[in-house]
Design a protein around this ligand. Structure first.
Ligand SMILES: Nc1ncnc2c1ncn2[C@@H]1O[C@H](COP(=O)(O)OP(=O)(O)OP(=O)(O)O)[C@@H](O)[C@H]1O
Ligand SMILES: [Mg+2]
Length: 258
């Protein structure tokens, strides 16, 4: 069974895109078949892999708004060894288009259903929002990963996400579980980073991944070089930490009952 994982946090700049892109790349190192879906109208994951808006005819917006089969939206990202479904700023219209539909939140799941078992893992990058786009991603997923940068707003934004997650579960719309919280942009030299990190350990215990992703210049350089850090510099601390996170995810998803 293919496993669908959304990377979510309504707070901006918590490394959702970096985590989605680098996890997709990490899974291929253990021969997993992976699809990365850029589900953000900002197109950050598409840009982070070097794609221009005009490079493909179909994307996740045409799949959902024009009923194009998702199979026609898949592009192989040869440098990373995984497939991608790119985004378009047209996706911004999705919430207003879906607004009045009864099963609005299940639209991404319906779109992906025919291809879920073609992959071991499908990773979805989501926008910094809890609007219908993110809700659709949550409802299409088996698991959610929450990247949290260790600043003072970290816990607030996570609690907002968890409230929405619980509501969608209560309403029977989402069936996913929280796979884990990953500390990102972690700076062990900063006392605030360490304090927030300890608070997260105290509050979320086993839900917190052991791996944290440190602030690493190679990750920001790789974004500018338009490739995953594993392609940009596979010996970097950032690459090694994402591989370690990938190892934890493999273990957790193997032992999970889902
Ligand atoms: N571990 C890291 N070390 C250094 N820079 C990082 C790291 N992780 C992410 N970045 C940089 O931080 C910025 C924000 O990261 P990213 O785009 O992944 O966040 P995001 O949560 O997807 O943002 P948004 O909410 O806008 O979608 C990017 O410029 C990225 O290159
Ligand atoms: Mg992003």
């Amino acid at each position: 069974m293919g496993k669908v994982i959304s990377v979510c946090n309504p707070k901006g700049g918590t490394a959702k895109t970096s985590t989605a892109v680098n996890l997709a790349c990490s899974f291929t190192t253990v021969n997993k078949k992976v699809l990365l879906i850029d589900f953000d109208p900002q197109r950050s994951a598409s840009v982070a892999l070097g794609y221009e808006y005009t490079d493909v005819e179909h994307n996740i917006a045409t799949a959902l708004l024009d009923n194009v089969s998702v199979k026609k939206c898949i592009t192989p990202y040869l440098k990373g060894g995984f497939d991608v479904v790119l985004s378009s700023d047209d996706l911004v219209a999705l919430p207003s288009v879906l607004h009045s539909k009864v099963n609005a939140q299940s639209s991404l799941y319906s779109c992906l259903e025919p291809i879920i078992n073609d992959y071991d893992y499908i990773i979805i990058d989501t926008p910094a929002s809890l609007n219908l786009i993110t809700q659709c991603a949550m409802c299409a997923s088996d698991y959610i990963i929450i990247p949290v940068c260790c600043d003072i707003f970290a816990i607030d934004s996570m609690n907002t996400l968890l409230e929405k997650y619980l509501l969608l579960k209560e309403q029977g719309k989402a069936h996913c579980s929280i796979l884990g919280i990953v500390r990102t942009l972690f700076d062990k030299e900063q006392s605030l980073s360490k304090t927030i990190s300890h608070e997260l350990e105290h509050s979320f215990k086993d839900l917190l991944f052991t791996t944290s992703v440190s602030y690493n210049q190679k990750i920001s350089e790789s974004s500018s070089a338009a490739c995953p850090v594993l392609v940009y510099d596979k010996t970097s601390v950032g690459a090694r930490e994402y591989l370690s996170l990938c190892g934890e995810i493999l273990k957790k998803t193997r032992t999970s009952s889902l």
